[in-house]
Design a protein around this ligand. Structure first.
Ligand code: CP
Ligand code: NVA
Length: 311
């Protein structure tokens, strides 16, 4: 059966843990100057409907450093669903590349591709989820704090794709996730329903007071207030989210050693002030760097079925 990575709902705790262990080991090896060709002559396709820096470049360099190559397909050039059906696109591209990373608006597009493809399909961000980001972030937490289990991770802002995937990654790995969001921007009901069915013993905590959420926080995370595709809503979202800006005052209510994470790109002066994003608690650059090492572990698992512990 073909293995996909389209939503953390479908990933086991063992696999999530093993991917992070593998990513940390690959990083150590890379820092020693080693670039073993584990994926020699393998090819990764990337199909993107939205812009990207980190995800695109980390996937392309990950496969290149592992001895393979990448083919980037901008959605408007390929015309999937316009020149031909999604199913035909999936069946044809499956003959050329060994896996396909997909960045779309609708999660259903990625699911439709997975139904018709005979190669692994990877969610490289959709409106609903950003699973590669979330597991790479828990890798950063493991690396920085030395543990994930029991860590209090507070996401301040929109209950968006990144927040949802972080909630799932936390539930898989035992971190204590809290969303601090305005009432109209919590997780959607369909997400909560599915979460409660998958993790009946792990409460999905949402609070509306960001200062209260900060109590004992070890990781404070935020993301843009208007995601890609929501540009028209940016102005009224700015008003709704203003009390949720991560600034010195809010961060001082967290644990004394709390670190700050952001998936980037960031808007200084909106969801986070420049002094926090560029300050001593921020780990956003090593966080972005870890995307590369996590993508390597993910590609090896999808293409070779190789993970420590055989997860
Ligand atoms: N964090 C992240 O996914 O960045 P890009 O949108 O630049 O890929
Ligand atoms: N929530 C953001 C994440 C970007 C990496 C977006 O979807 O635009």
């Amino acid at each position: 059966m073909v293995r996909h990575f389209i939503d953390l709902f479908d990933v086991s705790p063992e696999t999530a843990r093993a991917l992070i262990t593998q990513a940390l080991a690959l990083k150590q090896d890379f820092l020693k100057g080693n670039r073993p060709p584990h994926l020699a002559r393998r090819t990764l396709g990337l199909f993107f409907e939205k812009p990207s820096l980190r995800t695109r470049v980390s996937f392309e360099t990950a496969i290149a450093q592992l001895g393979g190559s990448a083919v980037f397909l901008r959605a408007k050039d390929v015309g999937m669903g316009v020149r031909e059906s999604v199913a035909d696109f999936a069946r044809v591209i499956s003959q050329y590349v060994d896996a396909l990373a997909v960045r779309t608006f609708a999660q259903s597009t990625i699911e439709e591709l997975a139904r018709h493809a005979s190669i692994p399909i990877v969610n490289a961000l959709s409106d609903a989820a950003h699973p590669c980001q979330a597991l790479a972030d828990l890798m950063t937490i493991q690396e920085t704090l030395g543990r994930v289990e029991g860590v209090k991770l507070v996401f301040v802002g929109d209950g968006n794709n990144v927040a949802r995937s972080l909630a799932l990654a936390s539930a898989l790995l035992g971190a204590k996730f809290v969303l601090a969001a305005p009432p109209d921007y919590e997780f959607p009901t369909h997400f909560r329903t599915r979460y409660e069915a998958r993790f009946p013993d792990v409460p999905l905590t949402v609070v509306h007071d960001p200062f209260k959420a900060m109590e004992g926080a070890e990781v404070v995370y935020t993301d843009v207030w208007a995601s890609m595709g929501q540009e028209d809503e940016a102005e009224y979202r700015r008003a709704a989210f203003a009390p949720f800006q991560v600034n010195e005052e809010l961060l001082s209510a967290s644990g004394p050693e709390a670190i700050f994470l952001h998936c980037l790109p960031a808007h200084r002066g909106e969801e986070v002030t420049a002094d926090i994003l560029d300050g001593p608690r921020s780990r956003v650059l090593p966080q972005a760097a870890n995307r590369l090492h996590f993508q390597k572990a993910l590609l090896m698992w999808l293409m070779l079925d190789q993970l420590p512990g055989g997860a």
